[in-house]
Design a protein around this ligand. Structure first.
Ligand code: PMP
Length: 410
């Protein structure tokens, strides 16, 4: 379903730039699950992409203090100097990369960073290479901006990672960006140094291609996986790379809406032009809170990571115990992206044929009352994504129900 076909019945005519953009499948599933819950059904939702932890107390206190001292006005267009300084320090301390304050931008979530960046750089027909499965907003934003998402399938056997020859083949004179997201939403796959190196070599040979990296899940990694950001590996790419991050996932601050990025001055300036006409600046109170998040104590990150790891292990082993499901162990984030090829071609006890991953996830929702998202929503089938940022008892119950439904397929 796309917006254009839905709303035209009412006589409303949307702009052509949103005609091809679909209503997010994740939101549709969430809405259906919420409606079932309201009807009194015991629905467990494993679809949400946000940590179940609370924002740290010191961060909340910093926000209250900001309100009390009157930090309630418009701020500098793309971030307060205090927050930009905290971000520059973070990049230096955690990633070993140096950026001046005018090479840093702050926006209303990493989502707006992506929007600003594509709006500021994409002309009609420009291509953006995206390893798939991918977070669906990438392609939707690119399409709104008139660009063409070039989706390159990277299946479980490839560790859900793009390989150098795939990148080389995908590059055309129209390629504007290649976008990496490590650890990934939805697959949880991470690119370590050895995975990135050959890809960066390819980029060095194609100077017209810019590199965008989404490091949102940097702090949620497991088993000694060494997170690394490409600019730290290949400083020559710094002049054409945008490194995106944010406080949403690491500090459980999804509702505060602060994302940030570092990149070449000219790009950062162009992004500010878009932001100036969209929001004027990010929320003043949230910026003050984010200064504390980045500068304050960081030890709780490790504790939360450990809690996510226990849940990941539980989910991966429960899924792999179900005949027909095959789940790779992710390096990071809080998602599993399990294969369900072994269930396709089966029939439900009520006689419904399971031909695709969305048939399977629809059946899970209707029969097991468990909401998960089909791989097709992320551009790669047949898989389904579970978000395990949920309490352990709920997760255990959901996995019991998923198992029972799968075993009953004939
Ligand atoms: N990048 C990825 C990979 C994400 O999963 C998300 C949130 N789902 C975002 C960016 C956006 O985060 P925010 O806008 O909350 O900063």
């Amino acid at each position: 379903m796309n917006i254009a076909s839905k709303v035209s019945e009412t006589g409303f005519k949307p702009a052509s730039r949103i005609a091809s953009v679909g209503v997010s499948r994740i939101l549709q599933i969430g809405a259906r699950a919420a409606a079932m819950k309201r009807e009194g059904l015991p629905v467990i939702i494993l679809g949400a992409g946000e940590p179940d932890f609370d924002t740290p107390a010191n961060v909340k206190e910093a926000a209250k203090a900001a309100i009390d001292r009157g930090d309630t006005k418009y701020t500098a267009l793309d971030g307060t100097p205090e927050l930009k300084k905290a971000i520059a320090d973070k990049f230096r301390r955690e990633n070993g990369v140096d950026y001046a304050l005018d090479e840093i931008t702050v926006a209303t979530g990493a989502k707006q960073i992506l929007f600003n960046a594509f709006m500021a750089t994409i002309d009609p027909g420009d291509e953006v290479i995206i390893p798939t499965p991918y977070w669906t907003s990438y392609s939707d934003i690119i399409e709104i901006c008139g660009g063409v998402p070039v989706l390159i399938p990277c299946n479980a056997e490839a560790g859900f990672r793009l390989e150098a020859d795939q990148l080389e083949k995908a590059i055309t004179p129209k390629t504007r960006w290649v976008l990496f997201n490590s650890p990934s939403n939805p697959s949880g796959a991470g690119y370590g140094e050895a995975d990135y190196r050959p890809l960066l070599e390819v980029l060095l040979r194609h100077p017209h291609v810019w590199l965008m990296v989404d490091d949102m899940y940097e702090h949620i990694v497991y088993d000694g996986f060494r997170f690394v950001t490409p600019v730290a590996l290949e400083p020559k790419l710094k002049e054409r790379a945008l490194t995106i991050n944010g406080v949403s996932k690491a500090y459980a601050m999804t509702g505060w809406r602060i994302g940030y990025a570092s990149g070449p001055r000219a790009l950062i300036k162009a992004m500010a032009v878009i932001q100036s006409q969209a929001t004027s600046c990010p929320c003043s109170v949230s910026q003050a809170a984010s200064v504390e998040a980045l500068n304050g104590p960081q030890d709780f990150l490790k504790e939360r990571q450990e809690s996510f790891r226990r849940r990941r292990d539980m989910v991966v082993s429960a899924l792999n115990a179900i005949p027909g499901i095959d789940c790779r162990t992710p390096e990071g984030a809080f998602y599993t992206f399990a294969g369900c090829a072994g269930l396709l071609g089966k029939t439900t006890p009520a006689g419904k044929y399971i031909g695709t991953d969305s048939d399977f996830t629809d059946h899970l929702l209707e029969e097991a009352h468990v909401a998960v998202v089909p791989g097709s929503a992320f551009g790669l089938s047949p898989y389904f994504r579970i978000s395990y940022a949920t309490g352990v008892p709920e997760l255990e119950e959901a996995l019991r129900r998923i198992s029972a439904v799968c075993v009953a397929l004939g």
